[in-house]
Design a protein around this ligand. Structure first.
Ligand code: SF4
Length: 326
């Protein structure tokens, strides 16, 4: 066992946030040392979260046809994919999806919209729909509706939204190579506005989009500074027609190493393994918990198929952990 990793892990376990020098050291390690990092990441997860794994599901209430140009995203209307045109779900379709999620035992149901932001009409619709779903079905509602300001965040909070999802996607430095139609600060300001309005913060990013380890560290530290309480980690699922359609998939061990390193940097934030899990991790999916993940996005992702909730719950139980179900 590498002693320096053990010392850094002890800092984390004693509730001391690790600094950039320590983080750089951990990121410099490869080969067999990755197993030492995973060993301690599992201890850190157990220390701060016990045996419970959250299971979330999402419904794309508005899918595709987005005006923005995020290079990894099949929902951009600028790329030739099957999500080029907008599809919008009716209230009843969203309610039915929430009922199905509840019947599967899901506690946290996310409603997400493609697009840069939401209109006044859409916000007014959500102000009616969120309390209706909460009261009639009894499920926590999370939401991601793009860039919003403080007054919009307050209205969503008043409607009963529990948590706002808005990913930083990558580091400030790499962001400009990935997106040109909006800037990094608009993402930061949205997360801050949601936080100031009292919403929980679900903010993370996507990996395997040409970022360096330095970019990964920068984003983790940005998320730590923002106080995000749930960090979705997505791993590129290359989609034909997008500028990243030919990018190589990440390797399972590279993903596990990255989850574990985020667990060291963000010891008290939930880490949710989201898009790209099935494609990239294949038979190594259950190892995400040993690497420090505390949540999974189950069911289908926004533009790719996922796994049935019951298969994911069985995976959690097979690993000796408990699924946080209703
Ligand atoms: S990530 Fe969001 S903002 Fe970017 S293209 Fe996709 S839907 Fe639009």
């Amino acid at each position: 066992m590498n002693e320096r990793i053990t010392h850094i892990a002890a800092d984390v376990l004693y509730d001391r946030l690790i600094d950039r020098t320590q983080i750089d050291y951990l990121f410099s390690l490869n080969g067999d040392f990755v197993w030492d990092i995973l060993y301690w990441a599992n201890k850190i997860r157990k220390n701060f979260f016990g045996e419970e794994i959250k299971v979330c599901s999402i419904i794309p209430a508005r899918l595709g046809g987005c005006s923005q140009d995020c290079k990894f995203c099949a929902q951009s209307g600028r790329y030739d994919t099957s999500f080029k045109d907008i599809k919008t779900l009716s209230d009843q379709q969203i309610i039915d999806a929430a009922k199905t999620a509840k019947q599967a035992g899901i506690r946290h149901f996310g409603i997400v919209y493609s697009g840069k932001t939401i209109s006044e009409n859409e916000l007014a619709r959500l102000e009616k729909l969120i309390p209706k779903i909460k009261n009639e079905i009894g499920i926590d509602i999370c939401g991601g509706f793009g860039i919003i300001d403080y007054s919009q965040a307050v209205r969503l909070k008043k409607a009963g939204l529990a948590r706002y999802n808005h990913n930083l996607e990558t580091s400030r430095n790499h962001f400009k190579d990935i997106v040109t139609t909006h800037n990094y600060d608009s993402r930061l300001e949205t997360v801050k506005a949601a936080s100031q309005a009292g919403l929980g913060i679900c903010a993370g990013g996507i990996f395997g989009i040409g970022e360096t380890d330095a970019d990964r560290i920068d984003m983790a530290l940005e998320l730590r500074g923002l106080g995000a309480d749930m960090i979705p980690m997505n791993f590129l699922h290359p989609i034909a027609g997008t500028p990243m359609g030919d990018m190589p998939a990440m390797k399972p061990l590279e993903i596990l190493r990255l989850i574990a390193l985020y667990r060291f940097i963000l010891p008290k934030a939930g880490i949710k393994v989201a898009g790209g899990r099935v494609l990239n991790l294949r038979d190594m999916q259950s190892w995400i918990f040993y690497a420090g993940a505390t949540a999974i996005l189950s069911g289908n992702y926004l533009t790719t198929a996922g796994r049935a909730v019951e298969d994911d719950v069985r995976m959690i139980k097979d690993f000796g952990l408990e699924a946080d179900l209703i």
